[in-house]
Design a protein around this ligand. Structure first.
Ligand SMILES: Cc1cc2nc3c(=O)[nH]c(=O)nc-3n(C[C@H](O)[C@H](O)[C@H](O)COP(=O)(O)OP(=O)(O)OC[C@H]3O[C@@H](n4cnc5c(N)ncnc54)[C@H](O)[C@@H]3O)c2cc1C
Length: 512
């Protein structure tokens, strides 16, 4: 019987990121995806800065940027009446957000630890998935098979026996693995077979999506380039600012879901050229798995949490899951840590999943309040003021995106405050030679040394690979709050102190 250290069920963005993460630590895996190819559904359109930091560590940031919206383009969110200018349609209020180029300049100009290493990226899931697929197909440590469904498993103390089925051939195969990860999305078979329930709200709202191509930019960008045009009826997402668009809206109340009719109604006029690529109704959810796994089986991504996309937390939270679980599985498979380390996956990631579910719900509430304003307020100036006052926290919640911590301390959802408290994300800075501290971190653990602290107790006792980085830069040292900062592979702080007497005790705590 075939054996692999890790089997990944599901080849969406989270499964593929997990495969890449494992391979980056030298761990072999088998990924099976039941569809014949990557998704046709645009779904995700914002990869946040935190995911980009993690993709950067996986060597993928440049490859992803190469297919994303050009770096000069803005991330603006504009609320409008309709796009039909000739019928009085107008832009009411625009929340302005810098392009990638502008954000990079802002990052360099504010070198106080408050900034990400990478700006966010506008890109559709249709576009991002092939890049992830090509990355894992080119990796000798990943065996990735499309058109293969994960069907069943049984686990015992020493491993998991998985049943796979070729979707076209119907042929079944049993593969044994040490660890199984269900990255198989919202209707996860792995979660069902573990008997893990979901808490929260299912089918919160009925939505309709029209994904289309059109070069009618005079109409679809009537008020200039913006990432989102939003009205009471829904959101038009500019997927590439040239010819690919997605309309996400409430289910039409009259039940007419002809995509052309729906599109004309939202735009406020018909008669412009378009090709519908895919259109379908869907339901939003606010759900969290009661557990993130059992025994040798884990859940990551949408199999563990499903959100309303306000804020864009679905995939982004899943990327965090994949990297957290990935390095821990690698540490166990490589013999650097005992299986106890894996129990921290749920302890760390489930509270993040819960917090992001609440945030996504809050952002939806703001959208509902704005929809109410549209109904109530006849004066466009007053409507615009009302929208401005309600704000757009869904695209400004830096505390949610960068400030999540694994030590149980709650942080402000909007404001990110740099800290090296163990469990927090390591603050990012540029050093005096222009290099980024993040780019000097090792693949496994890194010990940052500021000043004259003695790193040897930690280095001598290390059961995992650890690199020391001497940070000889008094301007940034205070941001790191201690003379020794031990950083995990996922760039979260493992431990800090001005000196270390007992390195073995530190490592015991960090790896168990
Ligand atoms: C309209 C919309 C907008 C969104 N916008 C954003 C956004 O801006 N930012 C963001 O972060 N998120 C966003 N999301 C959420 C994001 O799309 C999901 O969170 C993301 O796809 C989750 O990735 P995943 O890999 O966990 O699951 P999925 O993408 O669902 O992938 C799971 C994969 O598993 C496969 N699979 C399922 N069962 C089996 C089986 N038995 N055997 C083998 N394969 C199987 C499926 O075919 C699928 O390919 C949005 C979602 C929607 C619907």
């Amino acid at each position: 019987m075939k054996h692999v250290p890790v089997l990944i069920a599901g080849g969406g963005p989270v499964g593929m990121t997990l495969a890449r993460t494992l391979a980056s630590f030298g761990v072999r895996c088998l990924l099976v995806e039941r569809q014949p190819s990557t998704t046709r559904h645009p779904k995700m359109d914002i990869t946040n800065g935190r995911s980009m930091e993690l993709f950067r560590r996986l060597g993928l940031a440049d490859k992803l940027r190469a297919v994303a919206v050009p770096e000069q383009n803005n991330f603006d969110v504009a609320w409008i009446t309709t796009l039909a200018k000739e019928a009085g349609g107008r832009e009411l209020h625009r929340f302005r957000y810098p392009s990638v180029v502008e954000k990079r300049a802002e990052i360099v100009a504010n070198n106080d630890g408050s900034q990400p290493r990478e700006p966010a990226m506008r890109v559709s899931q249709v576009v991002i998935e092939p890049v992830l697929r090509d990355a894992i197909l080119g990796d000798p440590l990943v065996e990735a098979r499309w058109g293969v469904a994960f069907e069943d498993f049984t686990q015992d103390e020493s491993g998991v026996a998985c049943t796979l089925r070729g979707v076209e051939t119907g042929a079944t195969e049993t593969v044994r693995c040490d660890w199984l990860v269900g990255c198989d999305g919202g209707s996860s078979i792995v979660r069902d077979k573990l008997g893990i329930g979901l808490s929260g709200k299912a089918n919160v709202a009925h939505r309709y999506m029209v994904h289309f191509r059109s070069e009618a930019r005079d109409i679809l960008q009537a008020f200039g380039v913006a990432w989102h045009y939003q009205s009471a009826m829904g959101t038009l997402i500019a997927q590439d600012d040239t010819e690919t668009w997605t309309l996400q809206m409430r289910m039409p109340t009259d039940g007419d879901t002809d995509p052309n009719t729906v599109l004309d109604a939202w735009v406020g006029r018909g008669g412009f050229e378009r090709q519908i690529v895919v259109a379908n109704p869907w339901f939003t959810n606010l759900l969290l798995a009661e557990r993130y796994g059992s025994g040798r089986v884990f859940l990551a991504g949408d199999s563990a949490h499903q959100y309303i996309p306000t804020g864009g937390y679905g995939m982004n939270t899943g990327i965090g899951d994949a990297v957290d679980l990935g390095w821990k599985l690698a540490a166990v498979v490589n013999g650097h840590a005992g299986p106890g380390l894996l129990q921290s996956y749920e302890r760390e990631r489930r509270p993040v999943g819960y917090r992001n579910r609440l945030a996504s719900e809050r952002h939806t509430d703001v959208r509902l309040k704005i929809a109410e304003l549209y109904k109530r307020e006849r004066d466009p100036e007053a409507l615009a003021r009302g929208i401005a006052a309600l704000g757009n926290a869904e695209n400004e919640s830096w505390g949610i995106e960068f400030g999540y911590r694994y030590d149980g301390v709650e942080c402000d959802p909007v404001v990110y405050r740099p800290t090296t408290a163990p469990g927090a994300r390591l603050p990012s800075v540029f050093l005096h030679d222009g290099s980024a501290l993040y780019d000097r971190l090792g693949r496994w653990f890194t010990l940052l040394r500021f000043g004259d602290a003695d790193p040897s107790p930690l280095i001598d006792a290390a059961p995992v690979p650890v690199e020391t980085v001497i940070v000889d830069d008094p301007a940034v040292a205070p941001i790191y709050e201690a003379k020794l900062v031990l950083v995990r592979p996922d760039t979260h702080v493992a431990w800090r102190g001005d000196h270390c007497d007992d390195g073995r005790a530190v490592w015991r705590q960090v790896l168990s």
